[in-house]
Design a protein. Structure first.
Ligand code: URA
Length: 193
């Protein structure tokens, strides 16, 4: 299997779909490569494209606050996206773009071997949990896939657009906190590395 470094180098040179033409940076992923918890968004927005780091724009600020509510932060989780390059005007990534890119996330997941995967929003949930996933009905539910516990919560951008999604999201975060306590309590400890 590839190493993290080989994968990141390959990914950063990718020309596998037309998003390569319009990107500023490939947004590979960020966080702890030893983490038991993997968070997956849909794709980079404007700030992410400019900086090359996931979830650094307005949605990212909210994501950081959501993590801190359950005693997590970027040193304790790994964060990636379904597509690594920004879709123009932040449109949903096309299926063809997802197909071209998903292999990178598969290798990231194989290297990380997370115990818990949290899909941020419907695009990631439809791709990774169930093609017919309904985020309004199924957010916060738990699914097991290949021995990994998976759930989806509303995308932080959706919560910013519609604050009425806040209370449900808080409940879902508490469920994630409980799952972390059960399956990987060490994830909550300070990480000096
Ligand atoms: N939205 C996403 O889905 N991913 C990011 O990295 C930023 C915003």
């Amino acid at each position: 299997m590839m190493t993290w470094e080989e994968l990141e180098q390959t990914c950063k040179q990718c020309q596998g779909c037309p998003l390569a033409e319009t990107r500023t940076h490939v947004v590979f992923g960020v966080g702890n490569r030893q983490a038991d918890i993997l968070l997956i968004g849909e794709g980079p927005g404007e700030q992410e494209d400019l900086q090359g780091v996931p979830f650094v724009g307005p949605a990212g600020k909210l994501l950081d606050r959501m993590l801190s509510l359950i005693d997590l932060d970027r040193t304790k989780v790994y964060i990636a996206n379904i597509v690594k390059c920004r879709p123009p005007k932040n449109r949903d990534p096309l299926n063809t773009e997802q197909d071209a890119c998903i292999g990178y996330l598969r290798v990231q997941t194989a290297l990380l071997r997370p115990k818990i995967i949290v899909c941020l929003g419907r695009i990631a949930a439809m791709r990774l949990i169930d093609k017919d996933f309904r985020i309004t009905r199924q957010h916060g539910q738990w699914f097991e896939r290949a021995g990994v516990q998976m759930t989806a919560i509303y995308h932080p951008s959706a919560v910013l657009r519609d604050p009425e999604k806040g209370p449900d999201t808080f409940v879902d975060l508490k469920s994630i906190q409980e799952k972390v306590r059960q399956l990987c309590p060490d994830s909550l400890l300070p990480r000096p590395w």
